[in-house]
Design a protein around this ligand. Structure first.
Ligand code: PLP
Length: 376
């Protein structure tokens, strides 16, 4: 017997397993649309010019790797709160804002869960379906009863806002609702401003706690203020309490973490983000970098759509250009997804979510042609 006999089995993350299969594939025209990490026009990882410059400045100023305070780098925490809320709302509410640095977006969801559990026990957590796979892992592992609600309608290939409203109207009061602030993963379907207002009104009426998962601020539309709209609506106009879990993985391209294990939050990424946010010059560069990334993604979305139409691919494809963010939700059956992988070496998640960032001028036509051939 072992101390670990009772350990709960957690299946390996499907996307990481898919990436391993892709790496092992020797076919020259293989395409990876699985992992949601930004790629440039040549299919390569992109270090943002603003981040590069911030790193150079940090190194020139004598970067060290001392422990950070337990709550994290103060400049980083304050600059992040100001960025998310916008200067006006931040200055009005500064005294009510509490921040803590964590291990990227996933760590912040976990910390938020711990805090909410410490304050409220284990209320229900309502999670959209479909959603990013780790939501259930994070909140389930903390002992919260997680309940899925219908977010997406496969028929219309759009947000099912009526189901959303009806869940809110019938939710147990004092529950938590996980909200993708923008660029819903995996569907790419976000509520309109009018729908956000309606969601906020119903949540307030039902005394529900909004927990925003904000992994794509600025990366979605290219404009961070635009992407932060629902957060500012709930907290500002609606005067609600909310949790906001922010990640700089996507919008600054800070995916990995170089720090050794330590009992305090890792410093390097936070120092880079803080450097970018603390300098008007770097901040403007970063705003331009987010436009570069979101524009490229939008143009690849359109290119995929145009090729699919030109190839007279069976089915309708306008959902592709209605969606936004890094992901496209194609709406293909699992059999088609397997064929694309095994016969055409085009890799995507089983639910046919594709990372649009994996497309470029060199492969988008091949991907469209592969889809068209499998469907014909
Ligand atoms: N939330 C959503 C919806 C995501 O898609 C991701 C990353 O894929 C995260 C959170 C977590 O991001 P991080 O890599 O910062 O932990």
């Amino acid at each position: 017997s072992s101390w670990f006999d009772q350990a709960r089995f957690i299946p390996p993350d499907a996307i990481f397993a898919l990436t391993a299969k892709y790496v092992a594939d020797t076919f020259p025209q293989k395409v990876n649309l699985g992992q949601g990490t930004y790629r440039d026009a040549n299919g390569q990882p992109w270090v943002l010019p603003s981040v590069n410059k911030a790193r150079e400045q940090l190194l020139a100023n004598g970067l060290n790797h001392e422990y950070l305070p337990i709550l994290g780098l103060a400049d980083f925490r304050n600059a992040t709160a100001k960025l998310v809320l916008g200067s006006d709302l931040y200055s009005q509410r500064q005294s009510q804002v509490a921040t803590c640095q964590s291990l990227s977006g996933t760590g912040s969801l976990h910390l938020a869960g711990l805090l909410l559990r410490a304050c409220h026990g284990q209320p229900k957590v309502y999670i959209p379906s479909p959603t990013w796979s780790n939501h259930h892992q994070v909140f389930g592992s903390l002992g919260f009863p997680c309940e899925s609600f219908k977010y997406y309608d496969p028929e219309t290939r759009d947000l099912d806002v009526e189901s959303y409203y009806s869940m809110l109207d019938n939710a147990e009061p004092n529950s938590i609702v996980i909200i993708h602030a923008c660029a819903h993963n995996p569907t790419g379907c976000d509520p309109s401003k009018e729908q956000w207002k309606e969601i906020a009104r119903r949540m307030k009426e039902r005394q529900l706690f909004p927990l925003f998962d904000s992994a794509y601020l600025g990366f979605n539309s290219g404009n961070l203020d635009e992407d932060a709209y629902p957060i500012r609506l709930f907290i500002g106009e609606m005067e609600m309490e909310a949790g906001v879990c922010v990640s700089f993985a996507k919008n600054m391209g800070l995916y990995g973490n170089d720090d050794p294990k330590s009992p305090t939050p890792p410093g390097f990424g936070a120092k880079i983000a803080s450097q970018v946010l603390g300098s008007e010059e770097l901040k403007q560069m970063w705003y331009a970098d987010m436009v570069t990334m979101s524009d490229r993604i939008r143009s690849m979305r359109k290119a995929l759509y145009d090729h699919l139409i030109a190839l007279e691919t069976p089915g309708t494809w306008d959902h592709l250009i209605r969606q936004s963010g890094m992901f496209g939700f194609l709406g293909l059956s699992p059999e088609v997804v397997v064929k694309l992988r095994e016969q055409y070496h085009v890799y995507m998640a089983d639910n046919s979510r594709v990372s649009i960032a994996g497309l470029n001028e060199g492969n988008v036509e091949y991907v469209a042609r592969s889809i068209a051939e499998v469907l014909k």
